[in-house]
Design a binder for this molecule. Structure first.
Ligand code: KG4
Ligand code: ZN
Length: 433
């Protein structure tokens, strides 16, 4: 009997991940092979190295995800894969592998937008926290803040009519918030990715010591119709958006740089980098405690103030958008959503305003494949499968049509019809053609 098992595959950046999720609501396995060790010495992701690492990892990672819950490939009902946005070479590894596997097994292939995956990480967590018999929490539209290393985007996410639809509400016009965390951490001689280091060290500084004002995080109104300078430039135009919901994190990065120069913090940052990472006596696995022992109060205050300003700006614009759109529910997701200050301040502000806010588990905040398999479930039910021409799209916009409603040439159409028919019978869905 069909169990609704979707194998998710994610390879958009520096994590090779595979997971099995049952009917979009229960994670049976979630395997993530991180490439942090490969990229850490460069202070950022090197695309060529990322592709090579994905090639190495994809087969063992998928095998582990299938074997962990005691499944075989024959138990799967569909395969879902991140088709964009992300690094071209990295995405191609996942897409090519998923296409080949779907074809060989005669299974439907479901392309998923990485950002939709992040949004579904919150919904998956909500479903998994429900006790048996409780109603699904996926009711009504929600405002989703996707805040990661590549994106700081606000979407109005609407679950009406079974499939989710997404409308872009706001976005960064330059750096993503996670990118600012990574660059500031690099400047201060901390590790990569920078978010977890800054998160831990900010607890020891005074968040009001350096008055980074919101004026430094400018919304570049003058951009008008021009495309913004950002990695995700082509994924979403900004001209039509309300400037109150636009973010900019390049200003605060420059302000931190100026502060570092003005207070002569560079030598200390270089010494820290050497002691923690590059020097002959650097520990094999440096920790935040090691870094703390090497930071003076000026640096800790700078770190705490940077984080306070970034989180404050994320909150200000997200809550303003929630008010303008009259939504009662906010989903915060992506790597930066793992941040402790962000979680606690969003939670208090939402309570003060009588709104609901939800986050993924910490493991599902950063890149993983369970979120991809979960996002694919509604698409599986509505038969949105990939064409055989599916390819990676590095600048894929959320809301773009990823698949055709028709039965497709990836996998075997006959098998796909049977799988669909079995499900629709089982769940009492009318249209089982
Ligand atoms: O979602 P993700 O794993 O990959 C992308 O899609 O970009 O996000 C990675 C980003 C990095 O910039 C990293 O520094 C940031 O998330 N990050 C954090 C934390 N953990 C990861 N930022 C702030 N606080 C954290 N605890
Ligand atoms: Zn991501």
């Amino acid at each position: 009997m069909a169990r609704g098992l979707i194998l998710g595959i994610e390879s958009s950046c520096d994590e090779t991940a595979a997971a099995i999720v049952e009917r979009g609501v229960r994670t049976l396995s979630s395997v993530v092979a991180s490439q942090i060790a490969t990229h850490a010495r460069y202070g950022g992701v090197v695309p060529e190295l990322a592709s090579r690492e994905h090639l190495r990892a994809i087969v063992p990672v998928v095998r582990a995800a299938v074997a962990e819950p005691g499944c075989t490939l024959d138990d799967l009902d569909a395969i879902a894969v991140t088709s964009g946005p992300g690094l071209a070479g990295a995405l191609l590894v996942g897409v090519t592998y998923a296409k080949a596997l779907a074809y060989a097994l005669g299974l439907p292939l479901i392309p998923v937008n990485h950002l939709e995956g992040h949004i579904h990480a919150v919904l998956l967590h909500e479903c998994e926290s429900l006790s048996d018999g409780q109603q699904s929490v996926a009711e009504g539209p929600a405002l989703a803040l996707v805040v990661s290393g590549g994106h700081t985007h606000l979407y109005l996410a609407d679950p009406a009519h079974g499939s989710w639809s997404y409308k872009l509400v706001g976005r960064t016009v330059d750096d993503a918030a996670g990118e600012a965390y990574d660059k500031v951490a690099k400047l201060l001689g901390l590790g990569y990715p920078g978010g977890p280091w800054i998160d831990a060290l900010a607890l020891h500084g005074n968040p009001r010591a350096v008055p980074f004002s919101f004026a430094q995080i400018k919304t570049k109104l003058h951009l008008g119709g021009k495309p913004p300078r950002t990695k995700a430039a082509k994924t979403a135009p900004i001209a039509a958006l309300d400037p109150h919901f636009l973010f900019s994190f390049s200003g605060i990065k420059t302000a931190v740089l100026r502060y570092v120069e003005l207070h002569n913090l560079r030598p200390e940052a270089e010494a820290r980098r050497e002691a923690l990472f590059t020097g002959p006596d650097a520990p094999a696995r440096p920790t935040a405690e090691d870094a703390l022992a090497m930071c003076d109060l000026t640096t800790l205050d700078l770190i705490a103030s940077f984080q306070h300003a970034v989180v404050g700006d994320l909150m200000k614009k997200t809550f303003a958008a929630a008010e303008a759109l009259e939504v009662e529910r906010i989903l915060v997701t992506g790597g930066v959503a793992a941040n402790r200050e962000l979680r606690s301040r969003f939670t208090s502000e939402a309570a003060r305003r009588g709104l609901r806010v939800a986050f993924p588990t910490l493991a599902l905040s950063t890149d993983n494949a369970a979120m991809i398999a979960a996002a694919a479930w509604p698409r599986f039910l509505s038969g949105e499968f990939a064409e055989s021409s599916l390819s990676a799209d590095p600048s894929l916009a959320l809301g773009a049509d990823l698949a055709t409603k028709a039965m497709c040439a990836v996998g075997c159409p006959q098998a796909q019809s049977e799988v669909k028919a079995a499900f629709f019978n089982e769940i009492g869905h009318g249209d089982a053609k």
